[in-house]
Design a protein around this ligand. Structure first.
Ligand SMILES: Cc1cc2nc3c(=O)[nH]c(=O)nc-3n(C[C@H](O)[C@H](O)[C@H](O)COP(=O)(O)OP(=O)(O)OC[C@H]3O[C@@H](n4cnc5c(N)ncnc54)[C@H](O)[C@@H]3O)c2cc1C
Length: 441
């Protein structure tokens, strides 16, 4: 599978969370340079240590890397995998292949930016080129006159819609490889981290492109009516994991959706993603600190936290959401808002407790999107309403009117009619062995 292009030194194409061939500016730049390309992924020890393992998340990453390797091999190269300190390993690979250039995605999180800075400083004669590719519109490209970022969504959205998007590039047909790449990749994948094993096995770019095609053909048109529903009438794209790992390009998804019927409200959600990413670029400290002042002091610990985590609050919609999170590692947006509002507004607990729990369990865990949504719901975020609390009972009746969502995840309440499933009587609770509401105990 290896090709030889030894006239000029190779370059290294470092994949991070852009695990795709299509619409990948980093890979296109490496191939366009005319040099042989060494594609690399480093399993970053700091991330592995910092984030608790979730089997489905590991499985998705394993699938995505296997899929990327297959696609690269079909085009003449292969993926080299290393494990350890990220910048050290990238430079080791560059040195091993005699490369003088590294291409890499410019990411937005404080950690990714620090890591890239270390690579730049440690690179010596190796030139490091950063490329866009996480967002639809690059963070920092849309700015208000008086500040370096927008802190309110609506004006950002208006400007974002009016900003020209770069044109979509298809993936390279051929990725020229230097001599020895095949054996370096093979040797490593034999000793590299094994796939954790997952239910579907279709994580990664190929599966994601199929999911996108199906969504555009069968789901998008009804998005606006169905996205908030939690019962069987509900449906959103479920592309968040594919977008988080960059197996789909947010730009490509937005560009394909915007020309279709029903596309605008969906593209607006992708704009929220961009919005938070431009905020964190300018306000990195707000990832774990309050973005705006909160009018009351949140409590930081409570026995009530365990009841919330375990789905035993006695509020059926909250418990259904927390149990779905634990079983599936996914939650629809409305359920995320309700359980987050309950933790912060009803229990008065610090949003960071909830955000950390979400980061541990969500398969689509994305520290920027997660934490800024937590702050928005908890009342310390961008343009949020500190006083607004979502009533689990009213939200349940509105977004799960048949009660099927609650019945699916809280089987104790299975026998209750739709009218009482969100607000069981004391007798209902006693018979079902379902707890009294936490705040009334
Ligand atoms: C408390 C809380 C925590 C969240 N944590 C995460 C997280 O860790 N990772 C994550 O990807 N999303 C998070 N979200 C946003 C949103 O809930 C999910 O992106 C969405 O539910 C995923 O389902 P989907 O792909 O079917 O969404 P769709 O409705 O089909 O939306 C399409 C895409 O738009 C983006 N998007 C949608 N809603 C939002 C939003 N509110 N903010 C920013 N981007 C959005 C996502 O990339 C999503 O995949 C969180 C929301 C809340 C309220």
């Amino acid at each position: 599978m290896t090709a030889t292009h030894d006239a000029s030194p190779p370059c290294v194409a470092v994949f991070t969370r852009d695990l795709r061939l299509h619409e990948n500016p980093m890979l296109s730049a490496a191939v366009d340079s005319g040099r042989p390309v060494v594609p690399v992924f480093v399993h970053d020890q700091a991330i592995i240590r910092g984030l608790p393992r979730r089997a489905e998340r590991d499985a998705y990453l394993g699938d995505a890397l296997a899929d990327l390797d297959r696609s690269l091999r079909a085009r003449g190269a292969a993926l080299v995998q290393r494990r350890g300190d990220w910048s050290t390993e990238v430079l080791r690979v560059a040195t091993a292949f005699g490369a003088d250039t590294v291409h890499v995605l410019e990411d937005v999180t404080p950690y990714a930016r620090r890591r890239l800075e270390l690579l730049r400083r440690g690179g010596g004669r190796v030139a490091v080129h950063g490329h866009e590719g996480v967002t639809v519109v690059p963070a920092g490209a849309v700015r208000p006159a008086s500040n370096d970022h927008y802190s309110v969504f609506t004006p950002y959205h208006h400007r974002w819609l009016a900003t020209p998007w770069r044109s979509i590039r298809s993936g390279p047909r051929h990725v020229p490889a230097p001599t020895g790449l095949g054996s370096a990749a093979d040797a490593r994948s034999a000793s590299g981290p094994a796939r954790a094993g997952g239910p579907s096995g279709d994580g990664g770019e190929s599966g994601a492109r199929t999911r996108l095609r199906r969504w555009l053909a069968d789901g998008l048109e009804q998005y606006v009516e169905r996205r908030e529903r939690l019962d069987e009438a509900g449906g959103s794209s479920r592309l968040s994991v594919d977008l988080h790992f960059g197996c789909l390009s947010a730009l490509e998804v937005a560009a394909r959706a915007r020309s279709q019927v029903g596309g605008a409200p969906f593209v607006r959600q992708l704009c929220w993603r961009d919005f938070y990413m431009q905020v964190v670029t300018s306000r990195p400290e707000a990832l774990w600190e309050n973005f705006a002042r909160r009018p009351w002091t949140a409590r930081s610990t409570s026995g009530q936290l365990d009841a919330w985590r375990e789905g035993r609050t006695g509020y059926p919609l909250v418990d259904a959401g927390m149990r779905q999170l634990s079983v599936e590692g996914f939650l629809p947006n409305r359920a995320r808002m309700v359980v987050a509002s309950f933790l912060t507004k009803h229990l008065g607990l610090d949003w960071r407790l909830g955000a950390r729990h979400f980061m541990e369990l969500l398969v689509d865990a994305d520290v920027v999107v997660n934490n800024f949504n937590w702050q928005w719901t908890g009342g310390t975020g961008t343009g949020s309403h500190p006083e607004r609390a979502l009533s689990p009972v009213r939200q349940g009746k509105r977004f799960d009117p048949s009660g099927s969502y609650v019945r699916r995840f809280v089987p104790e309440l299975e026998g209750l009619p739709a009218a009482r499933v969100h607000d069981p009587t004391s007798e209902d609770r006693r018979r079902a062995g379902y707890p009294a509401p936490l705040l009334a105990r």
